[in-house]
Ligand binder design. Structure first.
Ligand code: PLP
Length: 393
């Protein structure tokens, strides 16, 4: 066998979203796109803001010499400058251009951070339900994830996190607004988490970093506030991207920012910059860096996601699901009345595609992505009802 045993095992473990994706493609070919209700993929369908195309045109017309050349591994200085100003507002901490690195999406940023921080055997605490790729990114760099559940509302369970901390803990990785639950962590709980990590760092004579993965920061509902993690602890790192808030996931443009007072900042920034290079990213895409520099105040039309959330909640209410109302992102994570995989089978009979919660470390739930037109959600209502009725029989 040429493929490593580990990759074979990973392919098996990561198979839920892939399986549903393949199943969706098969069903669409068989029954036609219109007849299939595919809620399996978090691939934004809302178009980028109109200004995106204008800026792209402006840049192509400017066509400056060297526009597509190699650059410093951390990114174009003036782009980092513009982003640092924006992040200073968002995080409530004065962040300089030198504390920001442009990356290939949030995924690239997470790999860069893990590469820079982890020694073999170091632990990274992640919270379930989790974005499944975290396990792979941590493993890529020799670390191990330690999974800690959130509470019944998918909020931070500080007692459980405290119990999981040890001398091996290098970082706690959080994601708010959350994929798959849509939950947003409160300012108080983040402040308490920051204190907890600072105290544990002292107790274990180490530094425990708080890493916040925030690509959904700007997709929130009912004026929900996404609090700063940099106000919670100095040893904090933000990773994010323009994949969701500008609907540019295929363009692979993201960033990371470190707290200006983070422990051993210069050494850490040098390591992060080197990691960006030697992981083979070299630097984030040049044209997209220039584009996002001019789009710092732009966001997709989030009212579209807000409207879909309303429609979907109504569909789920009418079918009798239990769920926590999402405060951000574009997912719902309802409870299943029977085993989640079996329930996905019942939904499939109704041509509805959902991802079993166990794919996110949370059996007994399903993830529904609302990256589909309103009418797809509306037309799925009877299918959800029938699937629930089958469970009651
Ligand atoms: N983090 C979370 C929670 C995500 O949902 C995603 C993508 O779906 C990513 C990171 C990766 O984002 P990007 O496409 O910017 O690499």
């Amino acid at each position: 066998m040429s493929v490593s045993k580990k990759m074979q095992m990973f392919a098996e473990k990561s198979s839920w979203i892939r399986k549903m994706f393949e199943e969706g493609a098969r069903m669409k070919a068989e029954f036609g796109d219109e007849k299939v209700f595919d809620f399996s993929l978090g691939n934004p369908d809302v178009p980028p803001p109109p200004r995106f195309t204008e800026v792209l045109r402006e840049l192509v017309e400017e066509d400056r010499p060297g526009m597509h050349a190699y650059m410093p591994n951390g990114g174009l200085p003036w782009v980092r400058e513009a982003l640092a100003a924006k992040l200073s507002q968002e995080q409530g901490v004065e962040i300089g251009a030198g504390e920001v690195l442009m990356t290939c999406g949030a995924a690239g940023a997470l790999n860069v951070v893990m590469k820079a921080l982890l020694d073999p055997g170091d632990e990274v605490i992640i919270l379930s339900p989790f974005f499944v790729e975290y396990n792979f990114y941590v493993d890529n760099h020799g670390g191990q994830t330690k999974i800690v559940p959130t509470d019944e509302e998918f909020c931070l369970d500080l007692g459980a996190i405290e119990a999981a901390l040890s001398e091996k803990t290098k970082a706690v990785l959080i994601n708010s607004p959350n994929n798959p639950t849509g939950q947003v962590y409160s300012r108080e709980s983040l402040a308490a988490l920051g204190r907890l990590l600072d105290e544990a760092g002292e107790k274990f004579c180490t530094t425990i970093y708080l890493i916040s993965d925030e690509p959904y920061r700007k997709i929130v509902f009912d004026d929900c506030e996404v609090p700063s993690i940099m106000e919670a602890t100095d040893n904090s790192i933000v990773v994010s991207s323009y994949s969701k808030d500008l609907s540019l996931p295929g363009e692979r443009i993201g960033y990371l920012a470190v707290h200006p007072e983070i422990f051993e900042k210069t050494m850490l920034l040098d390591a992060l910059t080197l990691a960006n290079r030697i992981l083979g990213f070299v630097n984030a895409p040049a044209l997209m860096q220039r584009v996002v520099e001019r789009l710092q105040d732009e966001t997709v039309d989030t009212s579209i996601y807000a409207r879909r959330r309303e429609i979907f909640c109504r569909v789920l209410d009418e079918a009798g699901f239990e769920y926590v109302r999402p405060r951000g992102a574009f997912y719902l994570f309802p409870k299943t009345p029977i085993d989640d995989v079996e329930f996905c089978g019942l939904l499939q009979e109704e041509k509805i595609l959902a991802v079993p919660g166990r794919g996110f470390g949370a059996p007994g739930y399903i993830r529904l992505a609302f990256c589909v037109p309103d009418d797809v959600i509306e037309r799925s209502a009877d299918g959800f009802k029938r699937a629930m009725e089958k469970c009651r029989r």
